[in-house]
Design a protein around this ligand. Structure first.
Ligand SMILES: *Cc1c(COP(=O)(O)O)cnc(C)c1O
Ligand code: SF4
Length: 361
């Protein structure tokens, strides 16, 4: 791909006619693109991502993540425009504090691509890019006044579409807060704009260790030579890389697809961290699985796939009440001297335990 990352963003498809130049659109997609241009989340697909789309297959998992469909204009019961209540949990502009020891800082509204199921569609592509350090100053002040917060998650938008110089200045400002140990950067850049991960970026980030990178791969087809190279740059650069996958109906709601994705990530030295049950974002009901279905798919991975390749299944609860882990019910019964466990093969195994007073005799 000859275009550099800025060229990719400049040449990104933004309208129905842009997309139509490379993809044979269905009627549903035409209506979706029309909706996106008139009130929905704007479309943004860089040429690199377009090149991964199967232009003849409407079910292509890359295509379904980025080309809108008519269903986006539908609203169903329970849909929310800010499903995680992030606006309510802001303690300073752009700073969301929901858990005792960590906080989320939204540093930009710009992304390298617009994912149709995005939880932050209220934000993405709507405002003008990066927020300046002075606009974020109240957030830094809040962090300075709350030393129990030891970790800052930088997200957006996508922090890695911010220029290297500005991102460096932002990270230095955070590093001046002595109570902050760890910085986490949430980004989709390694798989949708891999040419952005160059030596200059890696060298700059290295000055801000300990820094963890959280990627967002949803399908094995996103593991291309270019994205794997971007991941290798980050891992060789010395950053732990974790991945969060969103479970999406019709895209990756299949244990074989997920096993291939997670094993592929481990091969790239990336640890699958969370498998996220889709949020109740308005206009995304066509992407969502039921909790029962998510658990069924997840249970099929347990025990059969290396523990390194199994993320935790999480539901982020509506209204910002926090993330809840889900798992197959493994405790069958619990009595004072014995607990019955169910294994991944479905066998029940009795575990004999010391009695309450035995240890003292
Ligand atoms: C998800 C999230 C975090 C991080 O949660 P972990 O379970 O530590 O990955 C922190 N803050 C907010 C507001 C979040 O939504
Ligand atoms: S990259 Fe992340 S924030 Fe940006 S549109 Fe996709 S899901 Fe939303």
């Amino acid at each position: 791909m000859a275009l550099d990352w800025r060229g990719q963003l400049r040449k990104a498809a933004r309208t129905l006619s842009d997309v139509e130049q490379t993809v044979r659109l269905t009627e549903q997609e035409r209506r979706g693109l029309h909706w996106a241009e008139h009130g929905g989340m704007p479309v943004l697909i860089p040429p690199y991502v377009l090149s991964l789309i199967d232009t003849d297959d409407p079910q292509c998992p890359i295509r379904r993540q980025f080309i809108p469909r008519a269903e986006e204009s539908q609203r169903v019961r329970g849909d929310l425009s800010d499903p995680l209540g992030e606006r309510e949990h802001e303690v300073a502009p752009r700073l969301v504090h929901r858990y005792p020891d960590r906080a989320l800082l939204l540093v930009t509204s710009t992304c390298a691509v617009h994912c149709r199921y995005c939880t932050r569609a209220r934000l993405v592509g709507t405002e003008d890019g990066y927020w300046s350090l002075s606009e974020l100053e109240p957030a830094f002040r809040w962090l300075e006044a709350h030393p129990q917060v030891r970790e800052v998650l930088i997200s957006g938008g996508d922090p890695l579409v911010v220029s290297t110089r500005r991102l460096d200045a932002l990270l230095w400002r955070i590093r001046r807060i002595s109570s902050i140990d760890v910085i986490r950067v949430g980004t989709r850049v390694p798989n949708v704009l891999p040419m952005r991960v160059d030596d200059e970026l890696v060298t700059m980030l290295r000055a801000h260790q300990p820094l963890w990178i959280m990627t967002h791969f949803n399908h094995p087809r996103e593991l291309t030579a270019l994205s794997c190279h971007a991941l290798a740059q980050l891992v060789d650069g010395g950053f732990p890389v974790m991945n969060q996958t969103v479970l999406l109906r019709g895209i990756n709601d299949d244990d074989q697809v997920l096993a291939t994705l997670f094993r592929g990530l481990v091969r790239q030295r990336v640890r699958p961290y969370y498998l996220l049950h889709a949020d109740v974002m308005e206009g995304t009901s066509h992407f969502r699985t039921s909790v029962a279905r998510s658990l069924e798919i997840y249970s099929r991975l347990q025990g059969k796939v290396s523990g390194l390749a199994i993320p935790r299944l999480m539901v982020d609860t509506p209204g910002g009440k926090g993330k809840v882990p889900l798992g197959p019910a493994s405790v069958v019964s619990m009595e004072s001297h014995k607990t019955v466990l169910r294994t991944f093969r479905g066998e029940e195994v009795v575990l004999i335990e010391p009695g309450q007073f035995e240890g003292h005799r």
